[in-house]
Design a protein around this ligand. Structure first.
Ligand code: ZN
Length: 333
Protein backbone atom coordinates (compact mmCIF):
# COMPACT_ATOMS: atom_id res chain seq x y z
CA UNK A 1 0.00 0.00 0.00
CA UNK A 2 1.05 3.57 -0.38
CA UNK A 3 -0.25 5.14 2.80
CA UNK A 4 2.24 7.96 2.92
CA UNK A 5 -0.60 10.35 3.43
CA UNK A 6 -4.25 10.96 2.64
CA UNK A 7 -5.49 9.64 -0.63
CA UNK A 8 -6.99 11.74 -3.35
CA UNK A 9 -10.22 10.01 -2.50
CA UNK A 10 -10.70 10.23 1.27
CA UNK A 11 -11.60 7.00 3.05
CA UNK A 12 -15.15 8.08 3.76
CA UNK A 13 -15.80 8.20 0.03
CA UNK A 14 -15.02 4.53 -0.33
CA UNK A 15 -18.29 2.75 -0.54
CA UNK A 16 -18.44 -0.95 0.20
CA UNK A 17 -21.19 -1.27 -2.38
CA UNK A 18 -21.21 0.68 -5.58
CA UNK A 19 -24.17 2.55 -6.96
CA UNK A 20 -25.66 1.40 -10.27
CA UNK A 21 -24.21 4.52 -11.89
CA UNK A 22 -20.73 3.68 -10.68
CA UNK A 23 -21.08 0.12 -11.88
CA UNK A 24 -22.25 1.30 -15.29
CA UNK A 25 -19.39 3.78 -15.50
CA UNK A 26 -16.92 1.12 -14.47
CA UNK A 27 -18.23 -1.20 -17.16
CA UNK A 28 -17.95 1.53 -19.74
CA UNK A 29 -14.44 2.45 -18.80
CA UNK A 30 -13.41 -1.18 -18.55
CA UNK A 31 -14.75 -1.66 -22.06
CA UNK A 32 -12.80 1.37 -23.18
CA UNK A 33 -9.64 -0.02 -21.66
CA UNK A 34 -10.24 -3.37 -23.31
CA UNK A 35 -10.89 -1.64 -26.59
CA UNK A 36 -7.72 0.29 -26.16
CA UNK A 37 -5.90 -2.96 -25.46
CA UNK A 38 -7.17 -4.40 -28.73
CA UNK A 39 -5.97 -1.31 -30.54
CA UNK A 40 -2.62 -1.79 -28.91
CA UNK A 41 -2.55 -5.40 -30.04
CA UNK A 42 -2.89 -4.31 -33.63
CA UNK A 43 -0.62 -1.34 -33.68
CA UNK A 44 1.96 -1.87 -31.05
CA UNK A 45 3.08 -5.43 -30.68
CA UNK A 46 0.37 -6.04 -28.12
CA UNK A 47 -1.14 -9.34 -27.10
CA UNK A 48 -0.83 -11.92 -29.81
CA UNK A 49 2.11 -10.19 -31.40
CA UNK A 50 5.30 -11.47 -29.86
CA UNK A 51 7.61 -8.61 -29.07
CA UNK A 52 10.45 -10.59 -30.48
CA UNK A 53 10.86 -14.03 -31.92
CA UNK A 54 12.28 -16.90 -29.94
CA UNK A 55 15.37 -18.37 -31.52
CA UNK A 56 14.33 -21.75 -30.15
CA UNK A 57 12.51 -22.92 -27.05
CA UNK A 58 15.59 -24.77 -25.86
CA UNK A 59 17.80 -21.74 -26.26
CA UNK A 60 15.41 -19.47 -24.43
CA UNK A 61 15.01 -21.95 -21.59
CA UNK A 62 18.74 -22.33 -21.21
CA UNK A 63 19.25 -18.59 -21.23
CA UNK A 64 16.55 -18.11 -18.59
CA UNK A 65 18.23 -20.56 -16.30
CA UNK A 66 21.58 -18.86 -16.62
CA UNK A 67 20.21 -15.36 -16.43
CA UNK A 68 21.86 -13.29 -13.70
CA UNK A 69 18.39 -12.25 -12.64
CA UNK A 70 17.44 -15.86 -12.01
CA UNK A 71 14.44 -17.81 -13.21
CA UNK A 72 11.52 -15.76 -14.35
CA UNK A 73 9.13 -17.69 -12.20
CA UNK A 74 9.17 -19.80 -9.08
CA UNK A 75 7.95 -23.05 -7.72
CA UNK A 76 4.24 -22.56 -8.08
CA UNK A 77 4.14 -22.17 -11.80
CA UNK A 78 3.53 -19.18 -13.97
CA UNK A 79 6.50 -19.58 -16.23
CA UNK A 80 6.25 -17.13 -19.07
CA UNK A 81 5.38 -18.22 -22.56
CA UNK A 82 8.74 -18.83 -24.24
CA UNK A 83 7.47 -17.23 -27.44
CA UNK A 84 7.06 -13.96 -25.59
CA UNK A 85 10.11 -14.07 -23.40
CA UNK A 86 12.92 -15.22 -25.62
CA UNK A 87 16.12 -14.09 -24.05
CA UNK A 88 18.28 -11.56 -25.75
CA UNK A 89 22.05 -11.48 -25.58
CA UNK A 90 23.32 -8.78 -23.26
CA UNK A 91 23.05 -5.44 -24.97
CA UNK A 92 20.66 -6.69 -27.65
CA UNK A 93 16.89 -6.70 -27.94
CA UNK A 94 14.34 -4.00 -28.70
CA UNK A 95 14.90 -2.29 -25.33
CA UNK A 96 18.65 -2.01 -25.74
CA UNK A 97 19.86 1.21 -24.21
CA UNK A 98 16.63 1.84 -22.32
CA UNK A 99 16.77 2.12 -18.55
CA UNK A 100 13.91 0.98 -16.32
CA UNK A 101 13.91 1.40 -12.54
CA UNK A 102 11.68 -1.00 -10.60
CA UNK A 103 10.80 0.02 -7.07
CA UNK A 104 9.49 -2.88 -4.97
CA UNK A 105 7.27 -1.17 -2.40
CA UNK A 106 8.44 -1.45 1.23
CA UNK A 107 11.09 -3.98 2.25
CA UNK A 108 10.77 -7.30 4.10
CA UNK A 109 13.34 -5.98 6.57
CA UNK A 110 11.36 -2.87 7.50
CA UNK A 111 9.59 -4.66 10.36
CA UNK A 112 12.95 -5.04 12.11
CA UNK A 113 13.95 -1.40 11.56
CA UNK A 114 10.97 0.59 12.75
CA UNK A 115 13.07 3.40 14.21
CA UNK A 116 14.89 3.92 10.93
CA UNK A 117 11.79 3.84 8.72
CA UNK A 118 9.76 6.06 11.05
CA UNK A 119 12.10 9.03 10.78
CA UNK A 120 10.78 11.72 8.49
CA UNK A 121 12.17 12.82 5.14
CA UNK A 122 11.53 15.90 3.00
CA UNK A 123 9.22 15.16 0.06
CA UNK A 124 9.10 18.72 -1.22
CA UNK A 125 5.59 19.59 -0.13
CA UNK A 126 6.12 18.48 3.46
CA UNK A 127 7.78 15.77 5.49
CA UNK A 128 6.73 12.11 5.53
CA UNK A 129 7.91 8.94 7.17
CA UNK A 130 10.93 7.40 5.45
CA UNK A 131 9.11 4.17 4.61
CA UNK A 132 6.43 1.86 5.97
CA UNK A 133 6.13 -1.87 6.56
CA UNK A 134 3.26 -2.25 4.07
CA UNK A 135 0.25 -4.47 4.45
CA UNK A 136 -0.32 -8.22 4.27
CA UNK A 137 -3.02 -10.77 3.57
CA UNK A 138 -5.03 -12.02 6.53
CA UNK A 139 -2.96 -15.22 6.33
CA UNK A 140 0.27 -13.24 6.70
CA UNK A 141 1.66 -13.04 3.16
CA UNK A 142 3.31 -9.65 3.24
CA UNK A 143 3.12 -6.90 0.68
CA UNK A 144 6.92 -6.61 0.85
CA UNK A 145 7.31 -10.24 -0.24
CA UNK A 146 4.74 -9.72 -2.99
CA UNK A 147 6.36 -6.59 -4.40
CA UNK A 148 9.82 -8.14 -4.44
CA UNK A 149 8.58 -11.25 -6.22
CA UNK A 150 6.75 -9.26 -8.90
CA UNK A 151 9.83 -7.04 -9.25
CA UNK A 152 12.04 -10.06 -9.94
CA UNK A 153 9.62 -11.41 -12.53
CA UNK A 154 9.33 -7.99 -14.17
CA UNK A 155 13.10 -7.53 -14.21
CA UNK A 156 13.55 -10.87 -15.98
CA UNK A 157 10.97 -9.98 -18.63
CA UNK A 158 12.51 -6.57 -19.32
CA UNK A 159 16.10 -7.82 -19.33
CA UNK A 160 15.13 -10.50 -21.82
CA UNK A 161 14.26 -7.66 -24.17
CA UNK A 162 17.55 -5.92 -23.62
CA UNK A 163 16.59 -3.26 -21.09
CA UNK A 164 18.94 -2.13 -18.37
CA UNK A 165 17.00 -2.69 -15.15
CA UNK A 166 17.75 -1.34 -11.70
CA UNK A 167 15.88 -2.24 -8.52
CA UNK A 168 15.73 0.33 -5.72
CA UNK A 169 16.36 -2.52 -3.28
CA UNK A 170 16.57 -6.26 -3.38
CA UNK A 171 15.19 -7.54 -0.10
CA UNK A 172 18.23 -7.74 2.12
CA UNK A 173 20.20 -5.12 0.22
CA UNK A 174 19.76 -2.71 1.85
CA UNK A 175 18.36 -4.26 5.04
CA UNK A 176 15.51 -1.73 5.21
CA UNK A 177 14.02 0.97 3.04
CA UNK A 178 15.35 2.83 1.19
CA UNK A 179 13.42 5.93 2.19
CA UNK A 180 10.87 7.22 -0.29
CA UNK A 181 13.02 10.22 -1.25
CA UNK A 182 15.94 7.91 -2.01
CA UNK A 183 13.68 5.62 -4.03
CA UNK A 184 12.85 8.60 -6.24
CA UNK A 185 16.48 9.69 -6.39
CA UNK A 186 17.60 6.27 -7.64
CA UNK A 187 15.34 6.63 -10.68
CA UNK A 188 16.53 10.18 -11.27
CA UNK A 189 20.22 9.32 -10.97
CA UNK A 190 19.79 6.36 -13.32
CA UNK A 191 18.08 8.77 -15.75
CA UNK A 192 15.45 6.10 -16.11
CA UNK A 193 13.29 6.12 -19.22
CA UNK A 194 10.50 4.74 -17.01
CA UNK A 195 10.12 3.93 -13.33
CA UNK A 196 7.41 1.88 -11.64
CA UNK A 197 6.77 1.35 -7.95
CA UNK A 198 5.01 -1.93 -7.18
CA UNK A 199 2.51 -2.27 -4.35
CA UNK A 200 -0.61 -4.08 -3.18
CA UNK A 201 -3.23 -2.28 -1.16
CA UNK A 202 -4.56 -2.84 2.34
CA UNK A 203 -8.15 -1.69 2.01
CA UNK A 204 -11.42 -3.03 3.38
CA UNK A 205 -12.75 -6.46 2.34
CA UNK A 206 -14.99 -6.09 -0.70
CA UNK A 207 -12.75 -3.41 -2.16
CA UNK A 208 -11.18 -5.12 -5.14
CA UNK A 209 -9.10 -4.53 -8.21
CA UNK A 210 -5.95 -2.74 -9.29
CA UNK A 211 -5.18 0.93 -9.70
CA UNK A 212 -2.27 2.88 -11.11
CA UNK A 213 -1.23 6.05 -9.28
CA UNK A 214 0.17 8.88 -11.36
CA UNK A 215 1.84 12.08 -10.16
CA UNK A 216 -0.19 15.25 -10.14
CA UNK A 217 1.42 18.65 -10.72
CA UNK A 218 3.54 19.62 -7.73
CA UNK A 219 5.94 22.54 -7.52
CA UNK A 220 7.08 23.01 -3.98
CA UNK A 221 10.43 22.83 -2.24
CA UNK A 222 12.52 20.16 -3.91
CA UNK A 223 9.54 18.72 -5.76
CA UNK A 224 8.70 19.71 -9.32
CA UNK A 225 6.62 17.17 -11.20
CA UNK A 226 5.36 19.51 -13.90
CA UNK A 227 7.60 18.03 -16.60
CA UNK A 228 6.73 14.42 -15.79
CA UNK A 229 2.96 14.66 -15.34
CA UNK A 230 2.29 14.12 -19.06
CA UNK A 231 4.68 11.26 -19.74
CA UNK A 232 3.80 9.61 -16.43
CA UNK A 233 0.13 9.62 -17.43
CA UNK A 234 1.06 8.01 -20.74
CA UNK A 235 3.06 5.39 -18.86
CA UNK A 236 0.24 4.82 -16.37
CA UNK A 237 -2.44 4.41 -19.02
CA UNK A 238 -0.37 1.85 -20.88
CA UNK A 239 0.43 -0.13 -17.76
CA UNK A 240 -3.23 -0.10 -16.71
CA UNK A 241 -4.42 -1.28 -20.11
CA UNK A 242 -1.90 -4.08 -20.41
CA UNK A 243 -2.27 -5.11 -16.75
CA UNK A 244 -6.01 -5.45 -17.28
CA UNK A 245 -5.49 -7.51 -20.40
CA UNK A 246 -2.79 -9.77 -18.95
CA UNK A 247 -4.47 -10.51 -15.61
CA UNK A 248 -8.15 -10.12 -16.43
CA UNK A 249 -8.44 -8.26 -13.14
CA UNK A 250 -10.93 -5.40 -13.12
CA UNK A 251 -9.84 -1.88 -12.23
CA UNK A 252 -10.38 -0.82 -8.64
CA UNK A 253 -14.00 -0.69 -7.50
CA UNK A 254 -13.13 1.76 -4.71
CA UNK A 255 -10.80 4.33 -6.29
CA UNK A 256 -10.51 5.95 -9.70
CA UNK A 257 -14.19 5.72 -10.72
CA UNK A 258 -13.61 2.45 -12.54
CA UNK A 259 -10.72 3.74 -14.66
CA UNK A 260 -7.95 2.08 -12.65
CA UNK A 261 -6.20 5.45 -12.74
CA UNK A 262 -5.67 7.74 -9.76
CA UNK A 263 -3.68 10.96 -9.49
CA UNK A 264 -1.98 11.88 -6.22
CA UNK A 265 0.24 14.71 -5.05
CA UNK A 266 1.13 13.38 -1.59
CA UNK A 267 3.56 10.57 -2.41
CA UNK A 268 7.25 11.37 -2.01
CA UNK A 269 8.22 8.66 -4.46
CA UNK A 270 6.29 10.51 -7.18
CA UNK A 271 6.74 14.12 -6.02
CA UNK A 272 10.52 13.87 -6.10
CA UNK A 273 10.78 11.99 -9.40
CA UNK A 274 12.20 13.77 -12.43
CA UNK A 275 11.60 10.77 -14.69
CA UNK A 276 8.27 9.28 -15.84
CA UNK A 277 7.03 7.25 -12.89
CA UNK A 278 3.88 5.58 -11.60
CA UNK A 279 2.83 3.33 -8.74
CA UNK A 280 0.68 0.28 -9.29
CA UNK A 281 -1.48 -1.19 -6.53
CA UNK A 282 -1.97 -4.67 -7.96
CA UNK A 283 -4.93 -5.62 -5.77
CA UNK A 284 -6.27 -5.49 -2.22
CA UNK A 285 -4.48 -7.91 0.10
CA UNK A 286 -7.31 -7.61 2.65
CA UNK A 287 -9.94 -8.91 0.26
CA UNK A 288 -10.06 -12.71 0.16
CA UNK A 289 -10.69 -12.95 -3.59
CA UNK A 290 -7.91 -10.50 -4.43
CA UNK A 291 -5.63 -12.21 -1.91
CA UNK A 292 -6.15 -15.56 -3.65
CA UNK A 293 -4.74 -13.98 -6.81
CA UNK A 294 -1.92 -12.06 -5.15
CA UNK A 295 -0.65 -15.21 -3.43
CA UNK A 296 -0.56 -17.20 -6.70
CA UNK A 297 2.78 -17.36 -8.49
CA UNK A 298 1.02 -17.92 -11.81
CA UNK A 299 -1.05 -14.78 -11.25
CA UNK A 300 2.02 -12.75 -10.25
CA UNK A 301 3.65 -13.81 -13.51
CA UNK A 302 0.65 -12.44 -15.40
CA UNK A 303 0.88 -9.25 -13.37
CA UNK A 304 4.56 -8.84 -14.24
CA UNK A 305 3.76 -9.58 -17.89
CA UNK A 306 1.11 -6.87 -17.97
CA UNK A 307 3.36 -4.28 -16.34
CA UNK A 308 6.20 -5.22 -18.69
CA UNK A 309 4.01 -4.88 -21.76
CA UNK A 310 2.81 -1.49 -20.57
CA UNK A 311 6.38 -0.28 -20.12
CA UNK A 312 7.41 -1.65 -23.52
CA UNK A 313 4.46 0.11 -25.14
CA UNK A 314 5.39 3.38 -23.46
CA UNK A 315 9.06 3.13 -24.42
CA UNK A 316 8.22 2.35 -28.04
CA UNK A 317 5.89 5.30 -28.17
CA UNK A 318 8.45 7.65 -26.69
CA UNK A 319 11.10 6.42 -29.09
CA UNK A 320 8.75 6.72 -32.07
CA UNK A 321 8.04 10.29 -30.99
CA UNK A 322 11.74 11.03 -31.20
CA UNK A 323 12.26 11.32 -27.48
CA UNK A 324 14.21 9.19 -25.10
CA UNK A 325 11.25 8.73 -22.79
CA UNK A 326 12.61 11.43 -20.55
CA UNK A 327 11.36 14.94 -20.52
CA UNK A 328 13.64 17.84 -21.29
CA UNK A 329 13.35 19.01 -17.72
CA UNK A 330 14.75 15.78 -16.34
CA UNK A 331 18.17 16.07 -17.90
CA UNK A 332 21.07 16.95 -15.73
CA UNK A 333 19.39 16.50 -12.40
ZN1 ZN B 1 2.55 -0.37 -0.49
Amino acid sequence: MSYEGPRTDPPHSRRPRRSPLTVALAALVTGALLGWGVYEAVGDGGPGTPVRTASSPAASTAARETSPSGPAATEDGGRPDPARTASAPAGAGPLRGRVVVIDPGHNPGNVRHTAEINRSVDIGTNRKECDTTGTSTNAGYTEARFTLDVAHRLRALLEEQGATVRLTHDGDEPAWGPCVDERARIGNTARADAAVSIHADGSAPGNRGFHVIMPGPVHSGGADTRAIVGPSRALGERIAGHFLHATGEAPSNYLGSGTGLVTRTDLGGLNLSTVPKVFIECGNMRDSKDAAQLTSGAWRQKAAQGISEGIVSFLRESRAAGGSGRTAGSHGR
